[in-house]
Design a protein around this ligand. Sequence first.
Ligand code: FAD
Length: 341
Amino acid sequence: MAAPKVAVVGAGVIGLSTALCIVETCPSSSVTVLSAQFSPNTTSDVAAGMLIPHTYPGTPIHVQKQWFKETFTYLFAISNSAEASEAGIHLVSGWQVFKSTPKEELPFWSDVVLGFRPMSKAELQKFPQHQFGQAFTTLKCDCPPYLLWLEKRLKATGVQMHNRKVADLWELHREYDIVVNCTGIGAHQLVGDKKLFPVRGQVLQVHAPWVKNFIRDGDGLTYIYPGIHRVTLGGTREKESWSLSPDPSTTKDIFDRCCSLEASLQEAQDIKVKVGLRPSRQCVRLQREVLSQGGVKLPVVHNYGHGAGGFSVHRGTAKEAARLVVECIAALQGSSSRAKL
Ligand code: FAD
């Protein structure tokens, strides 16, 4: 069989990292990225990009931990390289604070991030409305720089990128041997996945270079995440809302909540508002499927539905998707050698 032609549909953090893992795992394949939008116009461009996992109720915890660990290890190596600044990857230390002690004092990811420990009484004095807290160091991806870095790496390995909205995965069967579906919330329409729903998120990006530590309220709703150039202030989680228009009253609410955690933000300048739709599901859809019409078959690998935690697990799920692509290639090679007999 000639070099298998693989189309990756979607150019958010999941599509780009999956394309890269396929190139690394199967260098003989020919990979093309097809996408309706590229950076800076994807949901991934809106994300704060913090590596703090979100929990998927339908996925075993040991699997989620493995995805997070692989992602952390990969980005930690970039943060320690000369490429860190271009890739927008940096370490950031800070606090997750709770109004009352959570049931789970040690989250499953506590031994993956660096230096995880309960906050001291002295540290908690910074947060008079909170009773309990955890201090740790994690990684943050600044988006879009990280997406542009992934695109640059893909182009350097010869991957083609085309602007194309795919109406039906089957339309690709004449041009490609394998299709990888990384369309995020777009999969709701593209493959009619009714288990996938949007969770709208509005965030502010502000100029406040004196804010160096992250602060996250344990309910996950209010957060302050300093990046290389801007600080992200969040947020909202509005289930089933498809609106991409910023809401001015929400902007004020987010700003006030963040100022109550970090009063110095009152002096923040140049406030920009962004909205994105988290592609949410009980579990990430990471599986093989074979589409078939009139005896013609098209192997598909799905990798979408990362909800609120796509950055935190992207490398782990991309590696798993690449492994599924290898299985598809082996199945195609098996059927082409049987056909020759
Ligand atoms: P997307 O980035 O939406 O990419 C999907 C791609 O598919 C796009 O390029 C799109 O154009 C393309 N596409 C869709 N349909 C089609 C079609 N029919 N044909 C062709 N192309 C198509 N996660 C974290 O881990 N940490 C965080 O701090 C964090 N903060 C967040 C803050 C907010 C406000 C939001 C909204 C999300 C946040 N997330 C965070 C979650 C994270 O953004 C998502 O999990 C992640 O971006 C999903 O990536 P994706 O590539 O699947 O989707």
